[in-house]
Design a protein around this ligand. Structure first.
Ligand code: ZN
Length: 62
């Protein structure tokens, strides 16, 4: 089974002092970390495996 591969999560790129930048679509990688790009400024995002973040993802999917 492909299981968790291909899972997508959405987060928000926040810039200190400017607050909101854009929406980031993150894809789950095979090692459990996340990677994506800000849709507005194109900044690269990488997130290690993070139980708290995963909890948020799960909450969003419910
Ligand atoms: Zn951005």
């Amino acid at each position: 089974m492909q299981g968790q591969l291909g899972t997508v999560a959405v987060t928000i790129h926040r810039i200190p002092k400017k607050e909101y930048c854009g929406v980031v679509v993150l894809s789950r990688l095979a090692d459990g970390s996340w990677a994506g790009k800000c849709s507005k400024c194109g900044a690269d995002f990488q997130m290690d495996q993070d139980a708290r973040f995963e909890g948020q993802v799960r909450a969003m999917r419910n």
